[in-house]
Write a new protein. Structure first.
Length: 466
C-alpha cells in the first residue's frame, strides 16, 4: 500500500490580475521503503507541491492521501493531527524556533508527539546529523548547513513514516551531504518513505526513483543530465590587482555558546584588492559566514585583531553603498514586490541614479523581469535568491560578498546566475568573494581561500586548467 498518493493536483496563484499556474495536474505515489527525488528548475513547482502534500497549503483541485487518510479539504486541526502522526516536514528555511537551542527544538517536537521524556532519542538524533557538539547552540549561531541538519533532526524526531524535505542538502558540503544520504538510506531500509525536492545530483542518484517537475507537471526521469565542471570554467585573463580594499592582521572571531568558547575564525592575515574573484571554500560550520560578516563589518573581530577598509570612501557608508551582501537566505521584505526590494537600498541611502544600476535592469540581468510585481511569497526559493542578488548589485558595490548564492538553485540555473553576476561586474574593479562548498562554483573564481575549523589558507590561482 502506498504511504502517499497525490492525484491530479492543481494550484493557482493570482498576483494582481495575473494567474500563475504553479501545479497543473501533478500526480505521484510513494510506497514504504521508497525515497523519491523531485527534481526541476527553480520555479517549477517543487516547493508548492511539497506544501500541498504536507497540508500546509490547500490545492485548488486534486486529492492528497497519506497512509490511507485524506489530507486535502479538511479543517486545519485535522491536517495538523495527521502531520504530527505521519509526516516529518523540512522546509527550505525557518525550521527552528530561534529562542530554543537545537536540543530544545527537538524536545519540543517530541513533546508535541506525546513523547516528553526522550533524552536518549535527542542524543541519537544529534549524533545522526553530526551535531552532538552543538546541542546547546541557538539557531542564530548555526551555519546554514548546521541549521539544515538541525531542522532534519526535528523533522525525524517522531520517526515519521513519511519525510517531506525541500532541498535538505542545498547548503552543506559534500562530506556532510554523504552523511545525510547515509541517514536517509538507513530510514529507507527500515521501511521509511521520503519525498525530497533537490537540485543535488548525488541525492537524486541515491534515490529509489527520480520524478521530474516542469511548469507544474510531473514526469518520470531516470537520470539527471551530466556535465563537466571544468567545461563551465569562466576563462578570463589574470586579474589586474588594483588598490587594497581591506587589510587585516590577526583577524579572528570567537564567541561563547553552551558554556564553550567557539573559535569561529582563527587569527590570519589577508589583503583583498580591487578586481579579485575569490572563492571561500569550506565545510558546513567551518566559519565561512562568520568570515564574510567580519569583512563586511557586520561582526566585530576579537580585541587582538586588526581590520581596516583603506580602499573605501570614508565619507560614505560601507553598506550598502560600497559593500553589497548576499546572505544565505534571501532576506527580502515580505510586503515589497521584487522591484521594490531591489530599489530599496537606493531609496534608503539616497544614492544618485548615476551611481547606481537601474532596478529594472538589475532584475533583467538575473532573468527576473517577469517577476517584478510579485511578492516574495509568490516566488520560489531560487527566485527569491536571484532577487536578493539583483538587490546587492543595484548600488554597483566596490565589493560584493555572497554567502552560498547558488545553494538553493539547480546546477544549470546556478551557473546561469553566476555568469550573469560576473557579466554584471565585468570590466569594473568590483571585487567578488563567494563563500561556497561547490567546486564548480569555485572554478569560476581566480583565487581560492580554504577554511577548515576556523583556520584559513590562502591559495594561489590554479591556471593549469586541469
Amino acid at each position: 500500500m502506498s504511504i502517499l498518493v497525490v492525484d491530479d493536483l492543481y494550484r493557482f496563484f493570482h498576483p494582481g490580475d495575473a494567474e500563475v499556474r504553479a501545479l497543473r495536474g501533478a500526480s505521484l505515489a510513494i510506497s514504504r521503503g521508497e525515497t523519491v527525488a523531485l527534481v526541476g528548475p527553480s520555479g517549477s513547482g517543487k516547493s508548492t507541491l511539497l506544501a500541498c502534500v504536507g497540508g500546509i497549503d490547500e490545492p485548488d483541485g486534486g486529492v492528497v492521501t497519506i497512509d490511507g487518510i485524506r489530507m486535502t479539504r479538511r479543517p486545519e486541526e485535522q491536517r495538523a493531527a495527521l502531520r504530527a502522526r505521519a509526516i516529518g516536514f523540512l522546509a527550505q528555511s525557518r525550521n527552528l524556533f530561534g529562542h530554543l537551542s537545537v536540543a530544545d527544538n527537538i524536545h519540543l517536537q517530541l513533546r508535541l508527539a506525546g513523547r516528553p521524556h526522550a533524552a536518549a532519542r535527542i542524543d541519537e538524533l544529534l549524533r545522526l546529523v553530526g551535531l552532538s557538539h552543538r546541542r546547546g547552540a541557538f539557531p542564530t549561531t548555526l551555519s546554514g548547513g548546521e541549521a539544515a541538519r538541525a531542522g532534519l533532526a526535528v523533522a525525524l524526531a517522531n520517526d515519521p513514516p513519511l519525510l517531506i524535505a525541500d532541498e535538505p542538502t542545498a547548503e552543506v558540503d559534500a562530506e556532510t551531504e554523504r552523511q545525510i544520504l547515509d541517514l536517509l538510506e538507513k530510514r529507507r531500509l527500515a521501511g521509511g518513505a521520503a519525498l525530497i525536492a533537490t537540485h543535488s545530483p548525488a541525492l537524486a542518484a541515491s534515490a529509489s526513483r527520480i520524478m521530474q517537475i516542469s511548469d507544474g507537471r510531473i514526469s518520470v526521469s531516470m537520470s539527471l543530465p551530466k556535465e563537466s565542471a571544468r567545461a563551465n570554467r569562466r576563462h578570463r585573463a589574470a586579474p589586474d590587482r588594483g588598490r587594497t580594499l581591506i587589510e587585516a592582521h590577526g583577524l579572528a572571531r570567537s564567541f561563547v555558546a553552551d558554556e564553550q568558547t567557539i573559535h569561529a575564525v582563527l587569527p590570519f592575515d589577508c589583503a583583498i584588492r580591487a578586481g579579485q574573484r575569490i572563492a571561500l571554500m569550506g565545510r558546513s560550520g567551518s566559519g565561512k559566514s562568520t568570515l564574510l560578516n567580519l569583512l563586511a563589518g557586520l561582526a566585530d573581530p576579537d580585541a587582538t585583531s586588526s581590520i581596516a577598509w583603506p580602499g573605501f570612501d570614508p565619507g560614505r557608508p560601507l553598506r550598502p553603498q560600497q559593500i553589497g551582501f548576499v546572505f544565505q537566505t534571501p532576506s527580502l521584505i515580505p510586503a515589497l514586490t521584487a522591484l521594490e526590494n531591489v530599489r530599496l537600498p537606493l531609496e534608503l541611502m539616497d544614492i544618485e541614479p548615476a551611481d547606481a544600476m537601474d532596478p529594472g535592469e538589475a532584475l533583467a540581468r538575473l532573468s527576473l523581469s517577469d517577476l517584478a510585481d510579485k511578492l516574495p511569497d509568490q516566488m520560489s526559493g531560487g527566485q527569491m535568491q536571484r532577487v536578493a542578488i539583483a538587490r546587492a548589485l543595484v548600488s554597483r558595490p566596490v565589493l560584493l560578498l555572497a554567502d552560498e548564492p547558488t545553494g538553493q538553485l539547480d546546477r544549470e540555473t546556478g551557473h546561469q546566475v553566476l555568469e550573469s553576476l560576473l557579466e554584471a561586474i565585468e570590466g569594473s574593479e568590483t571585487t567578488l568573494l563567494i563563500a561556497t562548498h561547490d567546486e564548480t562554483v569555485a572554478d569560476f573564481m581566480d583565487d581560492r581561500w580554504v577554511i577548515e575549523e576556523g583556520r584559513v589558507t590562502l591559495s594561489k590561482p590554479d591556471r593549469s586548467g586541469a
